[in-house]
Design a protein around this ligand. Sequence first.
Ligand code: GFB
Length: 305
Amino acid sequence: MGSKILVTGGNGLVGSEFIGDQYYKPTSKDYNLINRDDTYRLMLKGFDSVIHCAAKVGGVGGNMNYKGEFFYDNIMMNTNVIEGARLSKVKNLVSFLSTCVFPDQVGYPLTEKKIHLGPPHFSNDAYAYAKRMADIQIRAYKEQYGLNYKSVIPCNIYGPNDNYDIKNGHVLPSLIHKCYIARENNTPLNIWGSGKPLREFIFSKDVAKLTEWVLHNYNESEPIILSTSEEISIREIVDMVVELMNFKGEIIFDSSKPDGQFRKPSDNSKIKHYLPDFKFTPIYEGLKETIEYFENHYNVVRKDG
Ligand code: GFB
């Protein structure tokens, strides 16, 4: 496989945005990355570079309901892929963290140096600690083996090829799917929590472009934040989805559902330093493209698990 770039999770939200013959994208049915031998068998095909997107992910609901799986699946996949890459002499590897791995109680904005300065928010601590260990493994491998492996820290990612799971999915795909059902059935649109929390959203296609740059150009030992550094409230994002989907019905904010972390504002000055002219896709534009894709592919998009 030599020059081919292995993309794990190649059919997922970000992985699906790496398009071209240079990418090799096995599915989890081909190779189960939670299984060490399966992972090593994959790595023995020989790759120069690996973009490790595969992960057990979900929104605040999924993280709180399946803490054991979110810890075990992620720490096993990351550990197997990074060690498998080392053993099969992969030169270049990028792994994915998330801004939810940062400490809950730390000075804002979040910067790369603050990643290990305290416990993450309780709503996703199992996932966050598993992800933090990938950063520790990568730093350790750089020190002992001199390997140029690195990780990126994206803020909340959204885009067409998401999982539109209403129960365990992230906020934007869940809202789009719920709004579709409410519009079709003339029923109220149920929003979790107060609508007050703030989030930063980055378009999946932007994450793929930036990650490709990091793979070939970034050589620092600490991870790098990929974020728009623009916060928006959940209520504002609901208004945008409702407008774009032409929903005229009642909107109910359900305080029995979790708000999760109130905010996680991140500082993107490091990536902006390297790529000062990079244009992030405006949220309204990215949402419009995502909703059009969802409506045009309703029968085939992922909606669970
Ligand atoms: O995307 P989300 O589930 O994850 O929720 P987090 C973001 C916010 O949206 C929360 C509100 O304040 C929710 O209360 N929200 C409103 C909803 N309606 C809904 C809904 O129908 N579904 C969902 N899911 N949220 C995750 C971490 O935190 O961020 C993950 O748990 C990962 O590990 C991800 O890092 C990027 O932003 O709260």
